[in-house]
Design a protein around this ligand. Structure first.
Ligand SMILES: Nc1ncnc2c1ncn2[C@@H]1O[C@H](COP(=O)(O)OP(=O)(O)OP(=O)(O)O)[C@@H](O)[C@H]1O
Length: 271
């Protein structure tokens, strides 16, 4: 399992408007969500993790190598990223060229590049758009295209900023399945999201950011079981818990299925 290790990290924007401050933190879980209120520092952390901005203090190690020592080709193989806004990273004339571009920076075998690009486009459901200009695609298709660009490279670690934003239900399901497949094949997937239902249903680990710091690291059950913390960091629990707690049941339920399972168990125990 790939591993990211942060120690003594301090980053302040040039205007001193905001500081990210993380003393020690490992990212070593297969499927991790980073959550927190708007402006908590999630995207800033992501930019630090990919070396887009450099901390004034501290280190970020990816599999034992400091991020600032990784040459750009090695970095591409270690860590792939999609930004919140797909238009921040699309610049090729066709969808096919866009998906092939990143891989062509680390691979010269044209046949292999084409095969990987084709497979990535099939995986995200855009195979029939290969000849189109990325900017003729819808926003959700452009978002899926950015995923394909990373899938084609197949880095050890995938970092996604708000991957589900603007995706419809079938695309969300498709992406969630891709995440689980990546995890099964030994990759690490880290994603920033505001979707607590998704976090509760799918993720093994969640880090909560607040005011530039990591305020909690643990399982979704531990997070949503701590209603005081959830409130303090400005989050909402999964919707099923909003309903059950309004009905006076303050147990932790991650999904409607989780609720049914636990209540079936209670019913079975009573019989
Ligand atoms: N380039 C920049 N220069 C100065 N301040 C910035 C810059 N980019 C972000 N900030 C500030 O840093 C803080 C954290 O922003 P960031 O985008 O990391 O938060 P976030 O948790 O990702 O928020 P959101 O959920 O809205 O995407 C905010 O106060 C933001 O205004």
């Amino acid at each position: 399992m790939p591993q990211i290790e942060i120690s003594g990290l301090r980053y302040t924007y040039p205007e001193h408007s905001f500081q990210v401050e993380i003393d020690r933190q490992s990212f070593d879980s297969p499927l991790t969500a980073i959550v927190g209120q708007n402006g908590a520092g999630k995207s800033t952390l992501l930019k630090l993790l990919i070396g887009l901005i450099t901390p004034q203090e501290g280190t970020i190690m990816i599999n034992g190598v400091s991020i600032d020592e990784l040459k750009s080709q090695a970095k591409l193989k270690q860590i792939g990223v999609t930004f919140q806004d797909p238009d921040d990273q699309l610049f090729n004339a066709t969808v096919q060229k866009e998906v092939a571009w990143g891989l062509s920076q680390i691979e010269s075998d044209q046949l292999m590049i084409k095969k990987a690009a084709d497979q990535a486009l099939v995986a995200v459901g855009l195979a029939d758009k290969a000849a189109e200009n990325p900017y003729d695609l819808s926003l959700s298709e452009r978002k899926l295209l950015t995923f394909a660009t990373v899938l084609a490279i197949n880095p050890a670690i995938y970092l996604f900023d708000e991957p589900m934003m603007s995706l419809d239900w079938p695309s969300r399901k498709r992406m969630t399945n891709i995440f689980h497949k990546l995890v099964k094949s030994g990759h690490q997937v880290i994603t920033i999201t505001h979707d607590m239902d998704w976090v509760a249903a799918e993720f093994s680990t969640v880090h909560v950011m607040a005011h530039g710091q990591i305020a909690f690291s643990g399982t979704p059950s531990a997070l949503f079981g701590n209603s005081g913390l959830v409130k303090r960091v400005g989050l909402l629990p999964p919707r099923i818990m909003t309903i059950t707690s309004a009905l006076g049941d303050h147990s932790v339920y991650l999904t409607p299925e989780d609720y049914c399972r636990k209540h079936k168990q209670v019913a079975n125990n009573l019989n």
